[in-house]
Ligand binder design. Structure first.
Ligand SMILES: Nc1ncnc2c1ncn2[C@@H]1O[C@H](COP(=O)(O)OP(=O)(O)OP(=O)(O)O)[C@@H](O)[C@H]1O
Ligand SMILES: [Mg+2]
Length: 272
């Protein structure tokens, strides 16, 4: 039984289910389109492993929290407009026709048989506007001005290049709101916030280094260097997490959903 609607009404218009954009262990992203071929994405938070339904209060909280943060930035250029909520664990936002940086990189790798990090990726990444990363920096800095640490810029699936070559930022699930404090707490909070902002910028310029290294200024090249905080994060959190994750599902979470428990072949579209 489908857990998502076959059609929905948004602002007086009918949108019909079009296709699944991404479907994994923790969520589903579904594309709906109207007759004018305009789209909305329905992001449903749902843990899809065995007994995952027990976590529904948690996934509801995750979705509501993401929606609240999204509301704080949805008026910014470069962020798809926000739509209504759907049920307890979902919400709509505007679909951006284009490709994520992850898709662009993957397509180049497949087409030209190059590996991750190959300088040839930059040569073939011609769909990005020359000032793509400058525009992306403006978006990220506007998010920072709303006192939000974006935190997930490492993921190239969160950055979309529209068919016009413009950047869009999605996925506000793990963003952190930084409160305004007074006195010494205020000084400390600002210091921490500045370190976190530096982390977002590190990932931004790391992507620029991959796709447009010839456009990096000296300052940006410096910002694209891994920070001490990032090194510590990778050593003490990221690597142990990956080791445990690979023990559970070596080739991605979908295999756990589909073939480990249901003994079926993977049927889900992956981020291509
Ligand atoms: N507004 C949108 N326009 C175009 N594509 C989108 C949009 N929202 C989501 N997608 C597609 O769905 C994918 C997943 O979206 P999103 O990152 O919001 O979901 P997620 O469940 O948090 O995924 P992940 O955990 O992998 O980051 C994106 O990488 C992109 O391919
Ligand atoms: Mg994402």
């Amino acid at each position: 039984m489908p857990v998502y609607p076959s059609q929905v009404m948004i602002e007086g218009q009918r949108y019909a289910f079009h296709r699944i954009l991404k479907d994994d262990f923790f969520s589903r992203n579904l594309l709906y389109k109207n007759q004018a071929n305009e789209g909305y994405v329905l992001k449903l938070s749902d843990f899809r492993f065995v007994l995952g339904w027990l976590f529904r209060p948690l996934t509801g909280w995750i979705s509501r929290r993401e929606y609240r943060i999204y509301q704080m930035v949805s008026d910014l250029p470069g962020i798809p407009a926000l739509g209504p909520r759907y049920g307890k664990r979902g919400y709509f936002h505007r679909f951006i026709e284009g490709h994520t940086l992850h898709e662009i990189e993957k397509r180049i790798q497949d087409q030209f048989n190059v590996v991750v990090g190959d300088p040839l990726i930059a040569k073939y990444a011609t769909s990005l506007a020359p000032d793509f990363f400058d525009q992306l920096r403006v978006i990220v800095q506007a998010v920072h001005r709303r006192r939000i640490f974006y935190a997930d810029l490492n993921k190239r699936g969160n950055i979309i290049c529209s068919t016009e070559g413009k950047p869009y930022l999605i996925d506000f699930q793990i963003c952190l709101l930084i409160p305004v404090r007074q006195g010494w707490m205020g000084t400390l909070t600002e210091k921490i916030f500045q370190r976190l902002i530096r982390e977002d910028l590190y990932h931004l310029y790391k992507h620029k280094h991959t796709f447009q290294p010839q456009m990096l200024s000296e300052k940006e090249r410096h910002l694209a260097q891994r920070t001490d905080l990032n090194r510590a994060y990778r050593r003490y959190l990221w690597r142990p997490y990956i080791v445990v994750k690979r023990l559970i599902y070596p080739h991605g979470s979908n295999e756990t959903i589909w073939y480990k428990w249901k003994k079926e072949k993977d049927q889900s579209p992956r981020m291509s």
